[in-house]
Design a protein around this ligand. Structure first.
Ligand code: HPA
Length: 245
């Protein structure tokens, strides 16, 4: 069985049900990961958990050391990653507390360390990224959601913005024209770095709020937290079924 890691985002700093047996503080050539890597038993399967924003939640999306996180997981022998991430919903299906298993990405980030192949001595490397998420893991997550009786969106394009601010209405309109269904701040370069390392990667995107301009008024953190609470509970149920399969 492949070695599985779960990266938890906003609203998932601790993985409920994980019986921790080992804590690894890893150093990498790229610096320090966001937190300790927690190895434990999750419903009978060995899983490694990493809190993307640190524990406690303190690292904003543009400051996360994505390379250290991914390289550290590779060092621990991880072959599959399920990334849990809070997002805003853009298209009509993606209302608050909805869970989506996206199949595509558009990257709007800038100024992030986004590749392992950047030094003069590194080979020029162009990974294939036609399908940025592992189809195998996506299928597993979609099946797990059905078993958990949780309606999910089995497709969707995730647009990754730089943050940490939320978007303007015009930016969301543009993203919608581009074909984005969801907006988040952490999906890239995480997915591409996983591909560079040959790690299978898929995302469970939990909608925390309607994206900017999709409802009257402004987006509040209180609203985000409330919807995330329900969405993350559902994400936990999907993970449980995924592991049981
Ligand atoms: N935009 C970007 N990232 C997010 C949002 C949003 O509206 N909600 C949660 N993460």
């Amino acid at each position: 069985m492949s070695r599985l890691a779960i990266i938890g985002g906003t609203g998932l700093t601790q993985l409920e049900g994980l019986k921790i047996v080992k804590r690894d503080t890893v150093t990498t050539p790229y610096g320090r990961p966001s937190a300790e890597f927690l190895t434990g038993d999750l419903y009978g399967r060995e899983v490694i958990f990493l809190a993307r924003h640190g524990n406690p939640h303190s690292i904003p999306p543009h400051k996360i050391n994505y390379r250290a996180n991914l390289y550290g997981l590779k060092q621990l022998g991880v072959e599959q990653i399920i990334a849990v991430a809070a997002v805003g919903g853009i298209t009509s299906e993606m209302g608050p507390a909805r869970i989506a298993i996206p199949d595509q990405i558009i990257d709007y980030t800038y100024d992030r360390k986004h590749t392992f192949f950047e030094d003069q001595d590194d080979p020029v490397t162009h990974i294939d990224f036609t399908y940025p998420y592992s189809q195998n893991l996506r299928t597993g997550l979609i099946k797990a959601a059905a078993k958990a009786n949780i309606q999910v969106s089995p497709l969707g394009t995730y647009g990754c913005t730089q943050g940490p601010r939320l978007e303007t209405t015009a930016e969301i309109r543009r993203m919608e024209r581009d074909g984005c269904d969801l907006v988040g701040m952490t999906g890239m370069p995480e997915a591409a770095l996983a591909r560079e390392l040959g790690i299978d990667y898929a995302a469970l995107a939990v909608v925390a709020n309607w994206a900017a301009g999709k409802t009257e008024g402004e987006i509040t953190m209180a609203e985000i937290e409330q919807h995330l609470h329900k969405g993350m509970a559902d994400a936990g149920e999907i993970l449980k079924q995924f592991i049981a399969a």
